[in-house]
Design a protein around this ligand. Structure first.
Ligand code: SPV
Ligand code: MG
Length: 294
């Protein structure tokens, strides 16, 4: 719809203007609504979060159809641009072509494709078994994505997992340069180092034209003022904070209901049911009852 085109154009404009885009992970339309209300600039349709929502590890088990359904439902409920985490692109460059058609139609404003082999293994696991595909093969996937998009404002973001795979900065820079040459609009550099030094060093060494995206989950001391001071970074993704917030809150409330022997003590501490009615837009239902249920 028209709102999707507007949000795609606004995401590209935001980034071209040199402003930092603050993007929050979400695993449901409801979490997307809450991220929008909190003032984020975009939604990260996270593969990790959706996998966790189904109680599954993030190892290419969630189907494209299931992830697309979430993206579509988010686009219905939020006007924010959606940055879709499409992992490895569900196969080779031929699979990427189909994925780009589907995600663009579903209302995504951008996709992030990573240079890992399918099936992928989640990035932040300490002893994760990480395997990358050849640089040329991944560049072909990026070229396929760029050639397929119908809307020029749809962003193709290339993610290199070279640092995650322990291949070092030189390999990460070489891959990032190749992906930029293949037409990527941005480069996502991921790191599981507990401190920002690995990513900071990469960003300082980056000589490319396209801006950088980071996901500072493992190195939380990299706050927004530090990101701005470093420069070249146009997007920060808070990659798993919606599902972690949900788990924190549910664990706490469930445990206390059992401990208290009822809901009497927790009740005033959680949002009232009226807040859920508001998020569901029950006011529109009431207004329509008055108009149409005669
Ligand atoms: C995700 O949220 O699915 C990501 C970020 O890809 S991470 O889990 O850190 O790899
Ligand atoms: Mg992911």
């Amino acid at each position: 719809g028209a709102s999707t085109l507007t949000s795609r154009a606004s995401l590209r404009a935001h980034i071209c203007a040199g402003r930092l885009a603050h993007v929050m992970a979400a695993h449901s339309p409801l979490s997307a609504i809450l991220a929008e209300e909190a003032g984020f600039d975009g939604i990260w349709a996270s593969g990790f979060e959706l996998s966790a929502l189904y109680g599954l590890p993030d190892v290419s088990l969630v189907s494209m159809t299931r992830h697309l359904d979430m993206v579509r439902s988010m686009a219905e409920q939020s006007s924010l641009p959606i940055i879709a985490d499409i992992d490895t692109g569900f196969g080779n460059a031929i699979n990427v072509i189909y994925a780009i058609e589907q995600y663009e139609r579903a209302g995504a404003a951008a996709v992030v494709i990573e240079d890992k082999a399918f099936p992928k293994v989640t990035s932040l696991l300490a002893d994760g078994r990480q395997e990358l595909i050849r640089t040329e093969e991944f560049a072909g996937k990026i070229r396929a994505a760029v050639a397929t998009r119908a809307d020029a404002d749809f962003l193709v973001i290339a993610r290199t997992e070279a640092l995650i795979a322990g291949l070092g900065e030189a390999e990460a820079l070489k891959r990032a340069r190749a992906y930029e040459e293949a037409g990527a609009d941005m480069i996502l550099i991921h790191s599981k180092r507990k401190t920002p030094d690995e990513v900071e060093s990469f960003v300082r060494a980056w000589r490319g034209e396209v801006p950088i995206v980071i996901v500072p989950t493992a190195y939380p001391e990299m706050n927004e003022s530090r990101i701005r001071a470093l420069g070249k970074i146009a997007m920060v993704i808070y990659g798993n904070h919606a599902i972690r917030a949900a788990v924190t809150a549910m664990k706490d409330v469930f445990t206390r209901i059992r401990a208290d022997g009822g809901i009497h003590r927790i009740d005033p501490e959680i949002v009232p049911v009226e807040e859920i009615f508001r998020l569901q837009k029950m006011d529109a239902v009431k207004a329509n009852e008055d108009r149409f249920l005669w």
